[in-house]
Each structure stands twice: as structure tokens, then as C-alpha cells.
Design a protein around this ligand. Sequence first.
Ligand SMILES: [Zn+2]
Length: 78
Amino acid sequence: MSIYQEKAKECKCCSKHVPLPTRLKEYSGILVCPTTFDNIHEYRRVWSEIGKRPPGSIRKHFSEYVQDIVEKSIDKTD
Ligand SMILES: [Zn+2]
């Protein structure tokens, strides 16, 4: 098992990625891949723009994992 395979296990979405990410980022104490990291920030941006949980038409573009992380981080700060 390579160092990248070991690290990728930290991001829950990464079992489906090909190729695996080589660098992970941290959001709210959680290690995620750059794709998830970007999506978290975009989902959060939309959420603050409209002031509530985005509707299904927007949510469908984000994985359950991304939505889950953002919802937890929003609960913490409220
Ligand atoms: Zn990932």
C-alpha cells in the first residue's frame, strides 16, 4: 500500500476516486481531499447566501458526505 493510499483513507469519499488524491486538506478538524474541500466551501457559500439549507436542485450537486460536514459545522457555529 502506497503512502497515497494510506492518506486517502482519511477522506470518506475517496474510495471512489481514480486517481487518488495526493494531498489532503483540513476542514473543521476533518481531513478531506481537495475535491471535497472545494465542494464544502461552495455548499457553505450557497448556504450563507440564501441563509438556509439549499433546495434539492442545488443539493443534488453535492455528495451526502459534503452536505453532512457542512451541516455539522453550521450547527456548531450557530
Ligand atoms: Zn475524497
